[in-house]
Design a protein around this ligand. Sequence first.
Ligand code: ATP
Ligand code: MG
Length: 419
Amino acid sequence: MKKIQAIRGMNDILPNQTPHWQMVEDTLRSVLASYGYQEIRLPLLEPTELFQRSIGEVTDIVEKEMYTFTDRNGDSLTLRPEGTAGCVRSVLQHGLLPPQRLWYYGAMFRHERPQKGRYRQFYQIGVEVLGPEGPDVDAELILMTARFWRQLGLKGLRLQLNSLGSPAARATYRERLVDFFTAHQDCLDEDSRRRLHSNPLRILDSKNPALQEMIEQAPRLLDYLDEDSRDHFEALQDLLDIAGITYEINPQLVRGLDYYTRTVFEWVSDQLGAQGTVCAGGRFDGLVEQLGGQPTPAVGFALGLERLITLLGEQGCLKEPAMVDLYLVAVGPQAERQSLLLAEHLREAMPSVRLQINYGGGSFKSQLKRADRSGARWALILGEDEVVQGTVSVKDLRKAQPQQSMSQSKLPDYIRQQH
Ligand code: ATP
Ligand code: MG
């Protein structure tokens, strides 16, 4: 019979990879805690309308990437393509008062063409601060991400910055941009022509190399910024300079979602090929109001775990952790009967030690082979003699050392000393 495969673009994370994921997740969580941010857990499914209203109808995500279906009640539901909309929805629904410093972690779903660094189910850590409008928050988020990279040992990420200004300034700029692209219509590809009137800023974000030269000639949003946004952007740069964070200003940097205003930033790597953005964020001062709340400035970012872990792997930052410390070998019927209980006692005495027992009997030799394959540092040997004497033998599997025999009650102290 044909074996069933996972859905294209949806990955299993196998047991040899989960320790890497856990290490990264633990590091990110502890950094988030050190800034006093709180976790929020949100549903995977939301009403489709939430994303249409927040992300914007004419974005790639809403136009062609959402997993949308009608449920048994006839309601249109969507698997979340990102977390900001759900986070804001939840804050409004439960009346959480600003300021809020929040983070969430979990799977996101987008029907994109699967390739390296681009999947249909992928994981993000997202961080959102709702309430304050000053550039100090934007700076703090950037410092936090810089701390992520330092704690993980990641090198070579470049920070790109831009400002999208106020909606009004952007509207003026948008007209200039449409004029410019209309004058160069012959050079546009099909995608860009489609976007020319619906979402011309997205043309700046085109990945098509043939368009790059023309895009560089296009009017720059930075030249159209309103005064408040320009001050905000300069103050942010000043804070980053003081903190010793280097950045590049990229006037072409726009985001795939409509709700951004003012600050946008991305952390980019040259080591990941076309999918080089590991982390992306910015301000979305209008979103809360757009979703029915009081006007509330907000800023946040989302970090893609797959790209981050791939990069950590390429830079040799992921260690191969040992899965177990001890493997309990039991030879003979009495020893087999006792081993389960002995293991329980040992776990009680050494809660942080990882202990596997041998399943299903087998000869001494075959059990020792399994002990070796388990990756354990020590084999604990319980034979008929040990059962009679209340002892256990300890064999170091990684160093040539004589086998030791000791009373079962002394074992925890012995392991602690060696550990
Ligand atoms: P891209 O330009 O790469 O399509 P995006 O603008 O759609 O990115 P965001 O919505 O800002 O990305 O998501 C933030 C981060 O989430 C990205 O920088 C990336 O690390 C990760 N990400 C986004 N889409 C995917 C995907 N399909 N597969 C894996 N990771 C993704
Ligand atoms: Mg995308």
